[in-house]
Design a protein around this ligand. Structure first.
Ligand SMILES: [Zn+2]
Length: 225
């Protein structure tokens, strides 16, 4: 899953208003941000297998450190504790930690049965929504639109960067997903890993947008004419 993780990060702003969108994105996408680094270091493996699933050509041979449920709980705890140490914002710590774990739950919906429960677990799970392109598109865009609506209702742009920066990010995310469908699969795992490093771009972008938006004190719906 790609867009869904950003949708959840955007929506989390509503409950963790003092936490920057950059941190929320870093946490929700931690598994996919860490993954290319582990692929390039040789600690995890992937194979390109066009046609494996309708909406995904990747065979996730081994990714226990970035994508097992146990390790995401460990990473989530580390994120929560570190965030608390830096910000002393308890609610934000729970949200940041929870977002790291949410990655596994969202991936569970789309992946084939390749997600380990813990490193080395014989049982690997996945509900396989990637077998359906329409189903994948509905869930991916549904979550992104939901998150964008919640974020826009929770914050107000202070200037043009605050609004255009957000819309540009949403458009680029949509383009990333669409290009995955229309362009040929990556030639090899190393090329794919290098291109996946591009996901890191959205972390500073999230901080940048968030600094140019103000959190609404009150729900707009509650402010009558
Ligand atoms: Zn993932």
């Amino acid at each position: 899953m790609i867009l869904g993780h950003y949708g959840v990060a955007l929506a989390a702003k509503r409950v963790g208003r003092k936490t920057s969108l950059g941190t929320l994105i870093l946490a929700a996408q931690w598994a996919d941000e860490l993954w290319p680094l582990l692929l390039l270091s040789g600690a995890e493996q992937v194979k390109i297998e066009p046609g494996r699933m309708a909406a995904n050509p990747l065979d996730f041979v081994s990714y226990p450190y970035s994508h097992s449920l146990l390790m995401l709980c460990v990473w989530g705890s580390a994120f929560g504790l570190l965030y608390f140490a830096l910000r002393r914002y308890v609610r934000g710590s729970w949200i940041v930690g929870g977002l790291v774990v949410s990655h596994w739950l969202l991936d569970l919906v789309v992946h084939g049965p390749d997600l380990p429960l813990w490193p080395g677990s014989p049982m690997r799970v996945g509900l396989g929504l990637w077998n359906s392109i329409p189903g994948t598109l509905v869930v991916e865009f549904g979550l992104l639109v939901f998150g964008a609506v919640v974020y826009v209702r929770t914050t107000t742009a202070r200037d043009r960067i605050g609004s255009w920066g957000l819309w540009a990010m949403l458009l680029l995310l949509a383009a990333v997903l669409i290009s995955g469908f229309v362009s040929p699969p990556p030639p090899d795992a190393t090329t794919m890993a290098y291109s996946a490093l591009g996901l890191w771009l959205f972390v500073p972008w999230g901080y940048w947008i968030d600094r140019h938006r103000t959190v609404e004190e009150q729900d707009r719906r509650a402010v009558g004419p």
